[in-house]
Design a protein around this ligand. Structure first.
Ligand code: NAD
Ligand code: TYD
Length: 337
């Protein structure tokens, strides 16, 4: 059995990771440590919650005593750190919690990992650490780190710290830097689910600036398969970019969603731009493809239709987010246990 601590496993990517890994493997024991911030939702994990090789612990990665206790109690030998404050717009409104969770929290996990002789520490970083591209070029692992938002600078600090723990202490770390994800269970503050839900609810679709900022989109399961591979086969001390080479301007994403939902472009509303808005992200993922044999499996159009269909089929999931009821689910599961 591989005993893995997955942090932030009640969020969008982490919950997809846990559901995926528990469905496909029986050689892992997963401990999910999640603070259940607004972005954490245990309803994402219904298919995994009763499995014997899964435990959920509500807690903060900045809590040194709790993290130490978990490492000891569950003989943790692998860490996959998804836990983060993850939304750029929120980081602009208030940055403190981003540095507390993303930087201090990662430090707590690294120190515990050092004391407990772990076998692998996977830091789920982001392509946003590279900053912004002009019209040409791609981010490679050699692109200088140059983050522009409080979110991306906190992730860059964590990413550098993780690599320094390899350099200084020989801790077996790997870092992934992935592009923008889409798929089931994404919190409806991010572009794609927000636009889908606004369309379904007859609300305006707020497009920042001229709508021509470009993001490089990847289906969440492709990201998670890459993260699994990096965890198992990634060379320690290395960084791996992950992306599916699917660049889209925001306005084109929004129009594609409207077309799929048979709604008119009249719902689009251009609004004031995000301060410091990065213009373009685009990933060169040839390193993970050549060295580890990964490649994206999902075709963008199919995976996007599947994603839209998921939001259509799972109205109770997002209605409970909008009403705030999703935060009560923890109590129904864990009170009186
Ligand atoms: P998310 O916001 O949906 O989920 C984050 C999870 O972390 C939530 O469940 C939240 O409760 C938990 N959390 C927050 N603070 C915590 C703390 N102090 N202690 C314990 N748990 C805490 O984020 P996501 O989109 O699933 O992103 C997961 C990771 O992937 C993040 O590290 C993010 O930087 C990275 N990433 C995201 C994308 C993307 O497109 N969403 C792309 C590349 C990398
Ligand atoms: P987002 O999903 O917040 O991801 P990130 O900023 O981490 O890339 O935003 C994706 C793009 O969509 C980004 O260029 C900002 C833009 N955007 C809008 O135009 N309107 C919105 O309401 C949101 C949330 C994002």
């Amino acid at each position: 059995m591989k005993n893995i601590l997955v942090t932030g496993g009640a969020g969008f990517i982490g919950s997809n990771f846990i559901n995926y890994i528990l469905k496909n493997r029986d050689d892992v024991f997963v401990v999910n440590l999640d603070k259940l911030t607004y972005a954490g939702n245990l309803e994402n994990l219904k298919e995994s919650e009763n499995k014997s090789n899964y435990r959920f612990i509500k807690g903060d990665i900045t809590n040194r005593e709790l993290v130490d206790y978990i490492f000891q109690k569950y003989s943790i030998k692998h860490v996959i750190n998804f836990a983060a404050e993850s939304h750029v717009d929120r980081s602009i409104l208030g940055s403190e919690v981003f540095f507390s969770t993303n930087v201090i929290g990662t430090n707590v996990l690294l120190e515990a990992s050092r004391r407990n002789n772990i076998e692998k520490f996977v830091q789920i970083s982001t392509d946003e650490v590279y900053g912004s591209l002009g019209a040409e070029g791609l981010f490679t692992e050699q692109t200088p780190i140059s983050p522009n938002s409080p979110y991306s600078s906190s992730k860059a600090a964590a990413d550098m710290m993780v690599l320094s723990f390899h350099h200084t202490y020989g801790l077996p770390v790997v870092v992934t830097r992935c592009s923008n994800n889409y798929g089931p269970y994404q919190f409806p503050e991010k572009l794609i689910p927000l636009m889908i839900l606004n369309t379904l609810n007859g609300k305006k679709l707020p497009v920042y600036g001229d709508g021509l900022n470009v993001r490089d989109w990847i289906y969440v399961i492709d990201h998670n398969k890459a993260a699994e591979l990096v965890w198992e086969k990634g060379k320690v001390g290395e960084v791996y970019n992950i992306g599916a080479s699917r660049e889209m301007a925001n306005i084109d994403i929004v129009k594609l969603l409207l077309k799929n939902l048979n709604k008119s472009d009249d719902l689009i509303e251009f609004v004031k731009d995000r301060p410091g808005h990065d213009r373009r992200y685009a990933i060169d993922s040839s390193k993970i493809q050549n060295e580890l044999g990964w490649k994206p499996e999902y075709v963008f159009e199919d995976a996007m239709s599947k994603t839209i269909e998921w939001y259509l089929q799972n109205k109770p999931w997002w209605e409970r987010i909008i009403s705030g009821q999703y935060q009560e689910y923890y109590k129904t599961l864990y009170t009186n246990r």
